[in-house]
Design a protein around this ligand. Structure first.
Ligand SMILES: [Zn+2]
Length: 548
């Protein structure tokens, strides 16, 4: 391993600016001593050293364990807004062109539009213009999506030119065109550079998206700001690796988000979880050195439309090795820091809900732990007693998400909820079935709610595919020794996982399996590499249009 400049030689974390070589030598000596005083010795490698990360941080003063979320500013254009601009025009003869274009340039744009060129750049010495003809589409939903994708295309061009701000104008017939284009632009400009030695070299310059007056309303801008902030937050939480984000760190991050955005947060730590008897969460945590957490978040406005709360539940497996039913390393374990995508999604949703001050009483629950094959790990064959009192025969320790979700779904009963929505990277089966293009969902909510969810999914292009919860699938999780078992055999895996969860519900409920969509290994349009927050915009759209 080549030592990195400004990196700790022991645990490889980044050192504070100004932490010069001499200090580093002295600090490393201290560290070695600290590392060796713990029960894990240094031979066990870097993985165990994070056990002492609290101490290491005090020595180093390296970056805080609280994730810092990226920001993009949306505002109306002012005189100081740069000259760099994006013009959305009608794809027709009567298109209105920017005044700064000469006759020759307008002729050129007309020719390009005729040739179906998607984005037409016009570079002046003192400004960059991008002409975007409105795409032709059969439906509003598809049109919105095409504009988001054009935003992603623009993002590359704008950041290649290192422009810090662009102003969007819209003279097309589609009133929301600028909002959707800006949404795609902002979504694709997200980056996670925290661990790069020289982040400024890679950083996108674009920090502000301005709107020409009349191009969007104040409310649309506020909405967009809130949604993008939430997506950035969810992506960053997913992108943080386990050695920076344990279950306790995740709970701390939610506490900070609650403080900053104005929602209530209560965290149950290990002792309280034991006292409650959350057998599913505790079983998964047995093989870990780090304690579990159970986070309860609440937004309760004075005049809520719903008498009974809506409860969101997010799977918070901060890392999933599979436990003793160990996953193979390449292409499966290597992205398992994202197994808390459901937790990130509901936490970020609470941030947006509070900032928008939605007139709904909403509670979010996140059971969190990592799933490790440590010394005391639960084993296939174990029979555990869940929080509800139901017994579960564990036949695969990699089917852990449903165990902690079962406990959270049982907890939700105390609120007598109107609706419960859970988000979880639950099964490879869901991922295999619909890939990265949609969310597998299923549940017992009524048809009206399902239709509203589907419509929100179409509008945000985070589409839903509903699977059935036929009783026959329930037979697959019957156990010979316990009430149920945690795997249902090779067929219908996404559904048998859903049937398992259903066992712990007694209210209208929907389950969203986001295993296929939550993490991108390559950029896909406006989904950046890493956490995608896929499903979050659908959820927020649903809640914003919700009528109790
Ligand atoms: Zn698993």
């Amino acid at each position: 391993m080549t030592p990195f400049r400004n990196r700790c030689q022991l645990c490889y974390c980044r050192l504070q600016a100004g932490f010069i070589a001499g200090q580093q030598g002295a600090a490393n000596a201290q560290l070695r001593q600290r590392h060796s005083t713990g029960k894990a010795n240094s031979l066990r490698g870097a993985a165990d050293q994070r056990l002492f990360s609290g101490k290491i941080e005090r020595v180093h003063g390296c970056e805080s364990r609280t994730p810092v979320f990226l920001e993009m500013e949306f505002k109306f254009s002012t005189r100081s807004s740069g000259k760099d601009a994006v013009y959305i025009i009608e794809d027709a003869k009567d298109a209105v062109y920017p005044k700064s274009l000469s006759e020759t340039e307008i002729e050129y744009v007309r020719r390009m539009v005729k040739d179906d060129v998607s984005i037409i750049p016009i570079n002046h010495y003192d400004s960059n213009l991008f002409i975007v003809p409105l795409p032709k589409c059969d439906s509003q939903e598809l049109l919105a999506e095409k504009l988001r994708k054009k935003g992603a295309d623009l993002c590359g061009r704008i950041n290649a030119l290192k422009l810090p701000e662009v102003t969007i104008s819209n003279t097309s017939s589609f009133g929301e065109a600028a909002i959707h284009l800006a949404e795609g632009l902002a979504l694709s400009s997200y980056q996670f550079l925290k661990y790069k030695s020289e982040p400024s070299k890679k950083e996108n310059r674009l920090k502000t998206i301005s709107f020409e007056k009349g191009t969007a309303t104040k409310a649309q801008l506020a909405d967009l700001q809130t949604v993008i902030d939430a997506v950035y937050a969810a992506r960053t939480l997913v992108n943080e690796p386990l050695n920076a984000l344990t279950a306790v760190d995740l709970a701390n991050a939610f506490e900070k988000m609650g403080k900053d955005s104005g929602f209530k947060v209560k965290v149950l730590h290990k002792k309280a979880i034991e006292k409650e008897g959350m057998g599913g969460l505790l079983a998964v945590n047995l093989g870990s050195q780090d304690p579990p957490t159970f986070t309860i978040m609440e937004h309760k406005p004075a005049k809520a439309l719903n008498a009974k709360p809506i409860v969101l539940v997010g799977k918070g497996v901060v890392y999933d090795t599979g436990g003793l039913s160990l996953k193979p390393t390449p292409n499966s374990m290597d992205r398992m820091k994202s197994d808390m995508s459901g937790a990130a999604l509901v936490g970020a949703a609470m941030q947006a809900i509070a900032k928008l001050n939605l007139p709904l009483h909403i509670i979010a629950l996140v059971p969190a732990t990592d799933n490790r094959p440590g010394e005391n790990a639960y084993v296939p064959g174990d029979v555990i007693t869940m929080y509800s009192g139901a017994t579960v025969e564990v036949l695969n320790t990699d089917a852990e998400g449903r165990l902690l979700l079962g406990d959270a779904l049982h907890w939700a009963k105390r609120y007598n909820p109107e609706l419960v929505l859970d988000f979880a990277t639950l099964t490879g089966a869901a991922s295999v079935a619909v890939g990265e293009h949609g969310i597998v969902c299923m549940g017992t909510a009524d048809e009206t709610v399902k239709a509203q969810l589907r419509a929100a999914g179409e509008r945000q292009y985070e589409r839903l595919v509903e699977y059935p919860l036929w009783s026959e699938y329930g037979d697959q999780i019957k156990s010979d020794v316990a009430d149920i078992k945690n795997v249902g055999g090779p067929s219908g895996g996404a559904i048998t996982a859903g049937k398992f969860l259903e066992h712990f519900t007694s209210y209208p409920w929907m389950h969203f399996d986001i295993a296929g969509v939550s993490f991108a290994t390559a950029k896909r349009n406006y989904q950046t590499i890493g956490g995608t927050a896929f499903g979050l915009r659908m959820l927020l759209d649903f809640l914003q249009s919700y009528t109790a």
